[in-house]
Design a protein around this ligand. Structure first.
Ligand code: HSE
Length: 419
């Protein structure tokens, strides 16, 4: 029998206990052993969790229980779970976590501590979608050319509502929190940080890149307006919050931002709280993974799969899937060097000479305009909608600063990258 302790018996923890009970027969057949959650840890012992296990409010009760084989960490946060997980590994216990923020900061240290002790984290990226397994196992014969996708259900739900129903950003945030997908602090969702945590985990498996959130380009959806959404639709695009990892020679670019995606792309058709991740391997070509990126049962499905895997072998391959440097020399590309096409919207005074000044600034910054359209917005005012050919991020950032200083610009210029 495999004995499990769950630290954090909230929505996901409760589902873990229930799935192990509801599907006990098939799980036993697949695991080759009975799996039982024997105890759990919660903050508030007075709240009824509806589960029939021993509860305490001290994680060390589980760490110090020699009868427990596997510690499931569902606490959330970074430093506190790091201490707990480290203590569990030092005691020789296998660990399963769904904690993407923990891994975004400490995955390499944890791999070093774990060595050949099983440390699994399927639920940390895209909830119920087995994307970690796909990268670590299914695609392990490939060089990964890119990973691109929708990694945050809350943002995708909000963007879908804005695109399809014209609901304003402020009106939809509370609604999306009510769905129960949002992080405890929803700025992690709308600011792009949650997606960045997941992207960093995938980038470690695919490329061995040891980066922290602070090292990469992270923008959220908080500046996307209904006006830009309406223009996007008119021009055949949808707007999505994307996580993008892309190999370019011996560099890998990592970025999270809202992006204009052509509406006939598969990723553009993913609506609501769903996640979808496209992975391109040099041998396999494009593969796409779609499913629920959050929710109690979906996330617990991934957690339980990891526990079953541990029951089968008692060990795992190295945590990130490799035990020596991957492809020597791959390094993180500086965010200033990212190359993309861009959409810009400028609210300008509709006067003689304005267009000439704007376009000459583009030229000064070595940015080539691909398309341009002027839409009047009232008397003596207009929106200038400009898309660029491929340009360098640093040049665009400098251009934005220069544009904002023009006396006839009515509000801060809007920039959205095009993929
Ligand atoms: N807040 C996340 C989301 C939950 O909305 O996708 C899963 O990590």
């Amino acid at each position: 029998m495999l004995r499990v302790g769950v630290i954090g018996v909230g929505t996901v923890g409760t589902s873990v206990v229930n799935i192990l009970k509801d599907n006990a027969d098939i799980i036993r057949a697949r695991a080759g052993a009975k799996i039982e959650v024997v105890s759990g840890v919660v903050h508030n012992l007075n709240k009824d969790r509806g589960v029939d296990i021993k509860l305490s409010n001290d994680p060390m009760d589980i760490i110090n229980d020699d009868s427990i084989d596997v510690v499931v960490e569902l606490m959330g946060g970074v430093e506190e779970p790091f201490k707990v997980v480290k203590a569990a590994l030092e005691k020789g216990k296998a660990v399963v976590t769904a904690n993407k923020a923990l891994l975004a900061y400490h995955r390499y240290e944890l791999q070093d501590i774990a060595k050949d002790i099983a440390f699994e984290y399927e639920a940390s990226v895209a909830g119920g979608i087995p994307i970690i397994n796909a990268l670590r196992e299914g695609l392990s014969a490939n060089h990964i050319e890119s990973i691109q996708g929708i990694m945050n259900g809350t943002c995708n739900y909000m963007m879908t509502k804005m695109m399809n129903e014209g609901v304003a950003y402020e009106d939809i945030l509370q609604e999306s929190q009510d769905l129960g997908y949002a992080e405890a602090d929803p700025t992690f969702d709308v600011g792009g940080f949650d997606a960045a945590h997941k992207l960093l985990i995938l980038a470690s498996i695919a490329y061995g890149i040891d980066a922290k959130p602070e090292d990469i380009l992270i923008e959220g959806i908080d500046k996307v307006t209904l006006e830009d959404i309406s223009f996007a639709k008119e021009f055949g695009y949808t707007i999505k919050l994307l996580g993008i990892a892309k190999r370019d020679g011996d560099e890998v670019e990592l970025r999270v931002h809202a992006a204009l995606v052509p509406e006939d792309e598969m990723i553009a058709k993913i609506d609501g709280v769903m996640n979808a991740i496209s992975v391109i391997g040099d041998k396999v070509g494009e593969t796409l993974y779609y499913g629920p990126g959050a929710g109690g049962d979906a996330t617990a499905s991934a957690v339980v799969a990891n526990i079953i895997d541990i029951a089968r072998s008692g060990k795992s391959s190295p945590m990130l899937g490799f035990d020596r440097s991957l492809e020597n020399g791959l390094k993180l590309k500086n965010r200033d060097g990212i190359v993309s096409k861009y959409y810009l919207r400028l609210q300008v005074a509709d006067e003689a000479g304005v267009l000439a000044k704007v376009t000459s600034l583009f030229g000064d910054h070595k940015i080539s305009i691909e398309t341009m359209l002027q839409r009047p917005t009232g008397e003596n005012a207009a929106n200038l909608l400009i898309s660029t050919h491929s340009a360098i991020e640093k040049d665009i950032q400098n251009l934005m600063v220069a544009l904002e200083k023009l006396e006839f610009i009515a509000s801060a210029p809007v920039m959205i990258r095009i993929v």
